[in-house]
Ligand binder design. Sequence first.
Ligand code: GLU
Length: 428
Amino acid sequence: MSTGVNPFQMAQQQFDEVADQLQLSDNIRKILRWPLREFHFQIPVQMDDGTMQVFRGYRVQHNDARGPAKGGIRFHPAETVDTVRALATWMTWKCAVADIPLGGGKGGVILDPSSLSDSEKQRVCRGWVDQMWRNIGPRLDVPAPDVGTTAQMMGWMMDEYSKLIGQYTPGVITGKPLGGGGSKGRTEATGFGVIVTVREALKRLGIDPKTCTAALHGFGNVSQYAAQNFINMLGGKVVAVSCWDWHEKTAYTFSANEGLDPEFLKSITDQYGTIDKEKAKKAGIKIEDGNAWLKKDVDILIPAAIEGVITKETAPMISSKVKVLAEGANGPCTPDADAYFKKTNIYVIPDFLCNSGGVICSYFEGVQNDMNYYWELEEVVRNLDKKMTSAFASVHDMSIDRKVYTRNAAYMVAIDRVVRAMQLRGWI
Ligand code: GLU
């Protein structure tokens, strides 16, 4: 799964390019190129068979000038501190571009969640909070789900924190289950938001979404709702999705030229996004190699799984028919791939804009937890659409005004807001 690209170097490289264009001072660069704080710890966990395993855990708080650090916790066997640093950095830019009053953070544990029982996973979640509870909180740092973690896990973590501080504190974590302090629409939010940005990009390009086909990378939470909304909201057709097979440790692409039914695919997908090949085959779905999704003659490509999948080597495999590349995942395209896209007509919707629907809805969840008053789904969706549409417009307008690549435009919008907050607080 690792592509050999160091995601933190990638995040710094992206930042440096724009810092040069904006002529940022050395001190501002120093603050923003590195996380403000990092926590590295061990999580001892009693396994079901009575033995003990010690897992490595992290939390990185990149910047909290605009508000408490915010960002998910990943459970992944290939997790590294540099991945967590990169993701925390991107969260700072994501919250700023979305214009929500939060900073950037990320957490991780090196583990393969598919190899643990539910009770073992619960003990890992509680163990993570036992190490971090002094340094998280509704006004300090608010974690959420990410790759390998679920709403149920957020519920356990919230419970552990509430017990430790002796008060029910739902606002310590977002992405909680419905009825357990969660917000309506949170599970669907990231995938929904991806499609709002695709809709806005197609509008700017003058393309009718009903004529469009899409291929997606990954079939976890983001990809599942992006695929559904691409069909239900925009009237497009999904012709391929790829997924990581946790059992075989390899990727496959599932395709059908007449269009896939994401609801059906979801019904044969496990909680880690692995699609059942036998059941898919029986339903007439073609199974191809892991890279096949990338080479499809589609209008829209949506990498919605992990970082570093579109590189110098894989970018040229993309069909000349592709018009929009919507980064549902965090960091799917390397700087080398960006250099390639700058020479094409592909409209890239950068990750921290494209997938900001999740954290925007997390912000709404925190607001509801604070008010102790929960919104109807319709209110969540309306507010989410409004926020995403205006975030898209500010990035698009910046790219036109300054004649820059869309990722650089998104950085310009975000950096400007974070720098202003630091100035207003007297940090710089
Ligand atoms: N993990 C998600 C992200 O990367 C959501 C973060 C959040 O809701 O805090 O945006």
